[in-house]
Design a protein around this ligand. Structure first.
Ligand SMILES: Nc1ncnc2c1ncn2[C@@H]1O[C@H](COP(=O)(O)OP(=O)(O)O)[C@@H](O)[C@H]1O
Ligand SMILES: [Mg+2]
Length: 290
């Protein structure tokens, strides 16, 4: 098969891991940088150029669309979908999962437990804060990743001034209950084709509340409880993502989903768990082409 990875970084761990897994199965593998693509619609027919060369012989693509490139990247994936190319994650699910509020709306509709969350922009800021108990509370911008864009406001004053700043800067945000009992840890679950293929527990570095490995967190492989596995699978299904990373917080009232990531990094989870996730993605493509 001819398979392309849509990625801006050929040398990134995840891209290399997927390349190797595809080559090991004798597929023709290629990395396409979305920023080098030209999307054309002519006579109602979608056409695609990568560095001036027409791309018309692909069987499948693996989108690795970065947060800085969401609009063009998801448009590129939509183009491939219109061309009949199998995409392991679709354009709409990428957009829906990337916007934290949209993602929570979809999870809530599917009755998946999530923390209490309010979309802040349209409200009077004081009344938003009044809808929560005493601080701390969590404030997030809608499109943040790697823990950048998540704020822990420990006092009413810091929450108020942060929200006023975001409002003045016209940055959309959500306000969320702080799950203190998670103690700076969360679970990252990787799902491929409706199955959990790997799971790890991440712990924030001393003094931080964010468990992202990019923020210096540490990780260990874990066995999920039935309930954790169940909500992770339901989250992937609700967002219609063939491949994703679901983040879960453990609360006194059971697990809640915090985020569904359509482009989960493979380095941390593959090194922590020893699972060849890239191989499971290639297997997923092979099953869908048959
Ligand atoms: N409501 C919350 N309560 C406690 N910790 C949280 C909460 N929201 C986020 N965190 C911590 O911050 C990290 C980053 O938040 P997340 O919403 O996943 O944003 P990002 O997309 O930047 O990873 C989480 O992995 C978790 O450790
Ligand atoms: Mg996260």
């Amino acid at each position: 098969m001819n398979i392309a990875i849509l990625s801006r970084g050929e040398n990134l761990y995840s891209t290399q891991s997927l390349l190797k897994a595809g080559l090991a199965r004798n597929h023709n593998m290629e990395v396409i940088d979305p920023t080098q693509c030209t999307l054309v619609i002519e006579d109602n027919t979608p056409k695609l150029y990568f560095c001036d060369e027409i791309v018309d012989d692909l069987h499948a693509v693996i989108p690795r669309i970065g947060a800085s490139n969401t609009y063009f990247g998801s448009s590129l994936v939509r183009h491939f979908q219109s061309m009949g190319v199998f995409c392991v994650v679709g354009s709409e699910p990428i957009l829906q999962s990337r916007n934290k509020w949209t993602c929570f709306q979809i999870l809530a509709k599917a009755k998946i437990p999530i923390p209490k969350t309010i979309l802040g922009n349209a409200f009077d800021i004081g009344s938003v804060l009044d809808m929560f108990g005493d601080p701390p509370i969590i404030i997030k911008i809608l499109q943040g990743t790697h823990g950048q864009g998540v704020i822990l406001a420990e006092t009413y004053q810091s929450a108020l001034s942060t929200l006023e700043t975001l409002k003045a800067a016209k940055v959309r945000f959500i306000v969320q209950e702080y799950i203190a009992e998670s103690n700076g840890s969360d679970l990252r679950v990787i799902i491929v084709d409706g199955k959990v293929v790997a799971a790890m527990k991440r712990q924030s570095k001393q003094g931080d509340f964010r468990s992202n490995l990019h923020r210096g967190g540490t990780s260990e492989a874990i066995q999920l409880t039935f309930q954790e596995e169940n909500i992770a699978l339901r989250a992937a299904k609700a967002l219609r993502l063939g491949v994703c990373g679901v983040d879960i917080l453990q609360t006194h009232n059971g697990p809640v989903v915090l985020e569904v990531n359509s482009t989960p990094g493979l380095e941390g989870i593959e090194t922590t768990t020893g699972v060849d996730i890239a191989k499971t993605v290639i297997n997923y493509i092979e099953r869908n082409r048959k």
